[in-house]
Design a binder for this molecule. Structure first.
Ligand SMILES: Cc1cc2nc3c(=O)[nH]c(=O)nc-3n(C[C@H](O)[C@H](O)[C@H](O)COP(=O)(O)OP(=O)(O)OC[C@H]3O[C@@H](n4cnc5c(N)ncnc54)[C@H](O)[C@@H]3O)c2cc1C
Length: 401
């Protein structure tokens, strides 16, 4: 293909078809429910399950286990399109498909993949990933949840996990089916914690939902829960990979998580530009459409240019990302750092352009504005991205020429 005609957001026909299919589905199924589920603070778990039939729940999972076997750019497309209508629902999708399904696809053994992947790819099971705790987020190596192996080979997990998306699937506190759980299994010779990964199931003895967290600012269409592990027993085959080596799992998956959180930001930005642009033509003041006013032009022009900048950076990082391995922390941190704040700022300008209407749920942008804030916190705070980028550039600054 001629590089001048290449559409970086749909570099192959397969990507273009995927975008069209997801966009149509989002318009007919996701958009109509978004306002209600946000208002009621409810997770539409049936809608997530429906995505299994479309082949989207295992977008990056191998085909032999029921996945679509697609790449990071395909995952980026799905998150952007979902978030255009409903970032809360998109977050639930991300927790399931990226934090659980992709993690297991890359790091699980063949038995674990055979037994679990078909269920999570079809939507029969809903998954989550539990890393954060009530007292520990960014400083993940200080986690206090522990796992100890008993003489009979079973593992006993003790601790609490906080802020877990999809941790419960309804208002009654029903847990999701399977949780990718990080726990401390020892300390190495340098005194550093050794973290291991366990697959914990809804019916694992000693596992329960502590609470569904309510009154969140945004992302109310996804459920967030505290999970409790009280002498929780899981079998020896629940350990993923080698004991103490979960830093590898975290690093492999974190780059894709950050890329797709940035893709959610792009969806918010594009929708916000669309809404403010439309409104600026329809609304009149002082006998003229408000788009004739220089201050409104500044909001629209600035937002349009920032959205296009985010889009180019995002799809360039997506194109280069290999779901099989880590290796581009610099740019996955970079795109998430810049695009999350831009999305929040652009949604804010959309509200400003739309005046009082922009402040009301029916006009969409106030929900996007609330949802956007979470993206500056979850999957790594802005400060952690600043820290990582500065650290990585100290090691290798060849990208700067
Ligand atoms: C709606 C929602 C959904 C979530 N979903 C999940 C999930 O599915 N699974 C999961 O495991 N977690 C999840 N999280 C947790 C999320 O990843 C954490 O909130 C995030 O990592 C930040 O951790 P913290 O809240 O403990 O803040 P802290 O780490 O305590 O940070 C507080 C402040 O201190 C700053 N700070 C910390 N260390 C440094 C430093 N070294 N230098 C400078 N500043 C620093 C932070 O940047 C931040 O500004 C979710 C959170 C929310 C709100």
């Amino acid at each position: 293909m001629d590089y001048k005609t290449l559409d970086i957001t749909n570099p192959t026909e397969e990507h273009a078809m995927l975008r069209e299919m997801v966009r149509d589905w989002v318009r007919s199924e996701v958009e109509p429910q978004a306002l209600e589920f946000d208002r009621d603070e409810k997770f539409n778990h049936q809608l997530l399950r429906d995505m299994g039939e479309l082949g989207l729940l295992g977008i990056t999972a191998p085909e032999e286990y029921g996945g679509a076997g697609m790449d990071a750019l395909a995952a980026t497309i799905v998150h952007e399109e979902l978030s255009y209508s409903d970032p809360g629902f998109a977050l639930a999708y991300l927790a399931h498909s990226m934090l659980f399904v992709n993690n297991l696809s890359r790091n699980g053994n063949s038995t674990q993949k055979q037994e679990i992947l078909p269920k999570v790819c079809s939507g029969e099971w809903i998954g989550a990933m539990a890393m954060s705790e009530p007292d520990v987020g960014t400083d993940v190596m200080s986690m206090s949840t522990t796992a100890e192996q008993r003489d009979d080979g079973n593992w006993v997990i003790n601790g609490r996990k906080m802020w877990i998306t999809n941790g419960c699937i309804d208002e009654e506190g029903t847990p999701c089916d399977v949780v990718w759980t990080y726990a401390k299994t020892g300390v190495n010779e340098n005194g550093r914690a050794e973290i291991s990964t366990f697959l914990v199931f809804a019916d694992s003895p000693g596992f329960s939902v502590g609470q569904k967290i309510v009154d969140k600012t945004g992302m109310r269409g996804s459920n967030t829960a505290e999970l409790v592990y009280d002498d929780c027993v899981v079998g020896p085959d629940s350990l993923v990979g080698a004991c103490g080596e979960s830093m590898i799992h975290m690093m492999r998956n974190l780059e894709l998580e950050r890329l797709t959180l940035a893709a959610m930001s792009l969806g918010i930005a594009r929708r916000s530009v669309k809404e403010m642009n439309r409104y600026a033509s329809e609304r009149e003041a002082f006998g003229r459409p408000i788009r004739d006013f220089g201050q409104i032009q500044r909001y629209i022009g600035q937002s349009f240019a920032e959205w296009r900048g985010m889009e180019a950076y995002l799809y360039n990082v997506a194109r280069q990302m290999d779901v099989e391995k880590s290796g581009n922390r610099l740019d996955s941190d970079g795109i998430k750092l810049v695009s999350t704040t831009l999305a929040k700022d652009i949604a804010d300008r959309a509200m400003q352009v739309m005046g009082g209407y922009g402040y009301v749920g029916e006009y969409v942008v106030e929900r996007l504005w609330r949802d956007a804030k979470l993206l500056e916190i979850g999957g790594g705070t802005l400060e952690s991205h600043q820290k990582n980028i500065t650290k990585d550039l100290a090691k290798d600054s060849s990208i700067l020429g």
